[in-house]
Design a protein around this ligand. Structure first.
Ligand code: ADP
Ligand code: ZN
Length: 728
């Protein structure tokens, strides 16, 4: 990689964390040498902020005398040319100011200065006047002449630190500075390779070849749940490590999928560095810094890990590539899976997209030959896939007031008798999604959102799942004042748990959901308890569907399979297919006979039929044909514009103005229409949908439309969502 030569000019462009379209110009003070990518502190208005020296020459014609100077050059590796091109690319594609994308890279300012060294001790030649057994052990250990930390040495010698301190006082140690410790030891590609089955060996070879060859390659790894995709992509990770390259493994719910990290540790003899929002600020700093200087070799992270400053990235793995959690819909709207492919392309490295149920887009790209396609159709070690059946809720309805049908209850009972575990899955938190008054019909709604309040009975609260508003469940109806006539409508997992406890009072039942008190720590413990078999019946939301291995789980019951089909989302069938395949895939992963029962009112729906028959091929063909007919992605392009404002009229008016500014051509604009979620946090929302042919320049069209429309005024805000995943 050719290194960037210093900027010849004394005035350089610096990308600053503002919504400005262009870098700003700054003077380089005498004696400071910056290159493109250098991270610097610059004055911006009254503040000092971090920015990146950018490529090219400044476009400004401002007299250098009037320009402000760079305040400080951080002692930090400059962002690589690939990273700078990636920032530019993401900015252009998502219609975001490049500085706002750079901001995602520069979010850890404390990491730009080198980590402070650690105080340490090294043995001198002096001998203590008085010798004890404890002192002897310490001196024996320190004889090698290497540096030790005070506590490390005491711990290793099995003595208290006061013994070490006493020896230091006696002149037996010099104080030295130790290099800061690595976040994780270097993973060893040869540490403990798995013995792969024939299928797995073929798959691993196909993934390793492009890594070894170097250069850009994208490969879809499509394998049924339990086929060993993780074991197989670990081989590609090993191949990249042997090439001396860094690796990024992206996981959709990393805070909760610790088992993957443990498996990594077992395979490579060291854990990967983690990157997600639950890290302490100190740890974030250390990881960022050590990724930048190359000491961290493998990162397992959430979508934001894509913006870490890798210097020699050789492979990106996107695990569960179809997962909706990869789409960020906040500030910068981006899809981390798609941007991972872009980053691999720019950096000339490999990217592996792994899933049992790939997104239609990825599946199509693989079929069209744009991505390599590696398949594994059998579970590892002869484990059979669960036997899947639809339970027709019209024919075998639950008893009055219940939500579990007789066939599902029977299956739970039999599973209990065998001493095995059941999972009842319902993707709805809380007790009931709607509460109303039986006397006057009053429904409890969020004051700031167009959403019903969800009762959370364990907490005794009515909660809004969009803004977090909550209020205690009242005794009397606030509308008509009648006491004790509120009814809960529909089930949430807490209500299913209630039914389970009634039906199976002796079973050990556990509710798993992201909003239970105790946060991630408690959830991890609970997941561990399930894995160990300390729980008989798990009632959970989608977080139990992701990547866990529960060896004793042999029954998965889907309480309401139709839930995701109700809204008008064009991806509803695909999402349902993916989620239900994933959740039923939790059953029977260690070879026991297992089953999945899917409660539905529409067993004839293509998504249900595809899950039950296991005929994914037919389902994808059907979905791809449907997309082609509708000119939807990947056969066409979509973008959404969301206009929000404090008043409904303002939002609608600006939406209309945008529409009126749309250039003529073959791109269509639909709307503005009031969003299905018309009110969030007190802001009124309107949506426009922009739909064009595959070859259309969507970004140019949107840019024209936004610049030609009047500037948003007052409380009006406009967000652009390229390739929208959500239509709410
Ligand atoms: P997937 O990600 O495809 O669902 P996993 O990689 O989680 O599958 O593998 C499923 C289970 O099978 C895991 O418990 C894993 O440890 C085990 N497994 C898969 N392949 C092997 C192998 N070659 N040797 C030992 N265990 C394996
Ligand atoms: Zn709300």
């Amino acid at each position: 990689m050719p290194s960037d030569s210093p900027h010849p000019s004394r005035v350089v462009p610096v990308l600053v964390p503002t919504p400005s379209e262009r870098p700003y110009s700054y003077v380089v003070p005498d004696g400071m040498a910056v290159v493109p990518g250098s991270i610097v502190a610059i004055p911006l208005g009254p503040r000092l902020v971090a920015g990146v020296v950018w490529d090219g020459v400044t476009a400004d014609t401002v007299d250098p005398v009037k320009l402000r100077a760079i305040e400080h050059l951080y002692e930090c590796p400059p962002l690589t040319r690939e990273m700078r091109r990636f920032i530019d690319w993401v900015a252009r594609y998502t219609l975001t100011a490049p500085g706002m994308v750079a901001r995602m890279v520069l979010r850890v300012p404390a990491a730009f200065d080198p980590e402070p060294p650690m105080p340490g001790l090294r043995r001198t030649t002096a001998e203590p006047e008085r010798m004890t057994a404890a002192r002897g052990r310490v001196l024996e250990l320190a004889r090698d002449g290497f540096g030790w930390t005070r506590s490390g040495l005491a711990h290793a010698a099995g003595v208290s630190v006061s013994v070490v301190d006493g020896l230091a006082k006696a002149g037996c140690f010099d104080e030295i500075a130790l290099p800061p410790p690595p976040v994780a030891a270097a993973p060893d590609p040869e540490f403990s390779a798995a013995t792969l089955s024939d299928d797995q060996t073929h798959a691993a070879e196909a993934l390793c070849a492009p890594v070894e060859a170097g250069g850009y390659a994208a490969t879809l790894l499509e394998g049924v749940t339990g086929s060993g995709k993780t074991e197989v992509y670990f081989e590609a990770v090993a191949a990249a490590l042997k090439q001396g390259r860094q690796v990024l493994v992206m996981l959709p719910e990393i805070a909760l999928t610790q088992s993957v990290l443990e498996r990594f540790h077992d395979r490579f003899g060291a854990p990967p560095a983690e990157w997600h929002s639950d890290l302490s600020p100190k740890m974030r700093e250390r990881v960022w810094r050590q990724v930048a200087d190359g000491r961290v070799r493998v990162v397992a992270g959430a979508r934001s890990a894509l913006f870490l400053p890798f210097r020699e990235l050789g492979l990106i793995v996107v695990d569960e590539e179809h997962d909706p959690a990869y789409k960020q819909e906040d500030r910068v709207f981006y899809h981390a899976r798609d941007m991972a492919v872009v980053r691999a392309h720019i950096g000339g490295c490999s990217v592996i997209l792994s899933s049992a149920t790939p997104s239609v887009e990825t599946r199509y790209n693989a079929e069209a030959g744009r991505y390599g396609h590696v398949r594994m159709e059998r579970r590892y070690a002869e484990a059979a896939l669960p036997d899947l059946k639809a339970v027709d809720m019209r024919r075998t309805p639950p008893a009055r007031g219940g939500f579990l049908s007789p066939p599902l209850l029977k299956a739970v009972e039999q599973t209990l008798e065998r001493g095995e575990q059941s999972l009842l899955f319902l993707n709805r938190r809380g007790y009931a999604p709607l509460t109303l008054c039986r006397v006057c019909g009053h429904r409890f709604q969020c004051p700031d959102c167009s959403a019903w309040l969800v009762e959370h009975r364990f907490r005794g609260q009515l909660m809004c799942h969009h803004c977090g508003h909550h209020e205690p469940v009242p005794q009397a109806c606030p509308e008509c004042g009648t006491l004790d006539h509120l009814v809960a409508c529909g089930p949430g997992i807490e209500r299913i748990a209630e039914e389970v406890v009634q039906r199976f009072p002796d079973a050990r039942a556990l509710v798993l959901s992201s909003d239970m008190l105790g946060g991630v720590k408690r959830l991890r413990l609970e997941l561990e308890a399930v894995e160990k078999g300390d729980v008989d019946i798990v009632i959970g939301t989608q977080l139990v569907a992701k990547g866990h291995n529960f060896p004793n789980m042999t029954l998965v019951g889907v309480v309401d399979a139709d839930l995701g089909l109700a809204n008008g989302d064009p991806r509803a069938a695909e999402r349902t297919f993916q989620l239900l395949s994933q959740v039923t895939g939790r059953a029977g992963r260690t070879g026991k006979k297992s089953q999945g029962l899917i409660q539905t009112f529409q067993p004839e729906h293509p998504a249900m039929r595809a899950i039950v028959s296991g005929d994914a091929q037919a389902f994808y063909e059907n979905q791809i044909a449907e997309r082609e007919r509708g000119h939807l992605p990947p056969f066409g392009r979509l973008a959404a514009i969301i206009v929000s404002a404090a008043s409904r009229a303002e939002a609608e008016m600006h939406g209309r103005a945008l529409r009126a500014a749309a250039p003529a051509g073959d791109i269509m604009v639909l709307g503005p229409a009031e969003a299905p979620l018309a009110l969030i946090r007190g802001r009124h929302r309107f949506r426009l949908l922009v739909h064009g042919p595959q070859r259309a320049d969507m970004q140019a069209f949107l840019r024209r439309m936004i610049t030609d429309a009047p500037r948003p005024r007052g409380s009006v805000r406009v967000s652009v969502d390229i390739d929208p995943q959500s239509f709410l």
